[in-house]
Design a protein around this ligand. Structure first.
Ligand code: ATP
Ligand code: MG
Length: 386
């Protein structure tokens, strides 16, 4: 008798010829998430099993698997030889501290097993009921818990009662590569999480304005990338200074367009970096109407500099409170609200343009040497592996 963890996935089952590829990718990501622990990862039909781990690591394994994109749910199960007496005794032990309604659900993949599934469920249900009549009663529809008996073709049986819901989504790496514009705020880590959940491998780009922004602000973004990497896998984080660009805009352009123009620079730098590191999309945490730089006019103006790459904005239709709820769930919120300056808040105009006009912005930009400023920004790019 030993404990194993059953791993279930969901959307991968909808794949046709590519199913094997996504299953293998998920297997690789599971092994990567647990790489410093002792365990065996075994593929069984439509599931993975984690076996041969130390019981001391069980909580850690469960916690890490909940953050692996593509896993729909897991169960900690007892694996026993497929012998009726052992199965019954194990199931009875599992119900020892349970209270409420239950049913027994049997899956007999091994047709050599002498008792039919319906008969086994009925017989075992009766035994459980007679032993724990004080605390338990049977309910076939929507019981509080289910005693699952999975009699496998391999000659052993998995027995479990609890199902732990996991992240869902698709395995990271199966959905291309995206460059996440990662600020120190609440939204962008959530945007990264959501794209990782759809299988996108992340690289990240952060803009700072040293000395106007502090080293702590940069450290904060590295911390956020680390938290995100628990879900998204390893992340390469690039850090680019936009100090000179902001100073140039401040000195030469209309004050109300400061943010609009800075965002156009950010987009240009992002597209150029994405092309050079093989990222196929830019990801931002923008949400329609959240601030002046996220009105449809502002989004149009900053998007206009993009030449040939999709800009994904997974939060575009999200309310702030819903974004915060996800930030809390993925544990980035507390870091995001640490009060360090972001480059967007440096030289913040009193009245930023809410509906910037593209022709006006393009005209203002003629006061700047755009290419030279961008080339300069690339000369001091920093790279971190988190
Ligand atoms: P957030 O809180 O997401 O991180 P925000 O609500 O502060 O964003 P903005 O400052 O307008 O909104 O930024 C919108 C998006 O632009 C961010 O979600 C992020 O993707 C990108 N962005 C903003 N500032 C930076 C920065 N310093 N470095 C990298 N990306 C940034
Ligand atoms: Mg921000």
């Amino acid at each position: 008798m030993k404990k194993v963890v059953i791993i279930r996935y969901c959307e991968i089952h909808l794949k046709g010829k590519n199913k094997g590829y996504f299953e293998r990718l998920l297997g690789d990501n599971i092994k990567h998430a647990l790489k410093d622990l002792d365990f065996k990862c075994v593929k069984i039909p439509a599931r993975y099993l984690i076996e041969d781990f130390s019981e001391d690591d069980l909580d850690e394994i469960v916690s890490r698997l909940q953050k692996v994109s593509g896993i729909h749910s897991i169960s900690v199960a007892i694996l026993v030889p497929s012998e009726k007496e052992i199965i019954y005794q194990t199931a009875l032990d599992l119900c020892k501290d349970k209270v409420g309604t239950f049913k027994v659900d049997t899956n007999r993949a091994d047709k050599r097993f002498p008792v039919h599934s319906v008969d086994l469920s009925r017989e075992l249900g009766g035994l459980i009921l007679s032993k724990y009549a004080k605390n338990l009663s049977v309910k076939i529809k929507n019981p509080d818990f289910c005693v699952n008996i999975d009699i496998r073709e391999s000659g052993d049986t998995l027995i479990f009662t609890d199902v732990i819901k996991c992240m869902g989504g698709m395995p990271v790496g199966g959905g291309g590569k995206g460059l996440l514009l990662l600020s120190g705020g609440i939204d962008s880590p959530v945007a990264g999480y959501m794209m990782a959940k759809r299988g996108m491998k992340l690289k990240a780009l952060h803009f700072h304005s040293y000395p106007y922004t502090s080293d702590q602000a940069k450290e904060k973004v590295i911390d956020l990338a680390k938290k995100l990497s628990l879900y998204a896998g390893d992340i390469e984080l690039y850090v680019v200074s936009v100090t000179k660009i902001q100073e140039a805009i401040h000195e030469n352009c209309s004050e109300e367009l400061m943010i609009t123009m800075l965002r156009r620079f950010m987009m240009r730098i992002a597209e150029r970096l994405a092309n050079s590191i093989g990222a196929q999309a830019i990801i931002t945490g923008e949400s329609l109407g959240q601030v002046a730089s996220q009105t449809i006019e502002s989004l149009t103006t900053s998007n206009a500099v993009i030449e040939n790459i999709p800009v994904l904005r997974p939060l575009i239709a999200f309310d702030k409170l819903d974004i915060i709820a996800i930030a809390e769930k993925i544990d980035t919120f507390e870091t995001s609200i640490l009060p360090y300056e972001d480059c967007c808040t440096v030289f913040l105009p009193k009245f930023p343009a809410i509906k910037p006009r593209l022709d006006k912005v393009e005209k203002e930009e003629q006061n700047l040497n755009v290419d030279q400023l961008i080339n300069e920004a690339f000369t001091n790019i920093e790279k971190f592996h988190v």
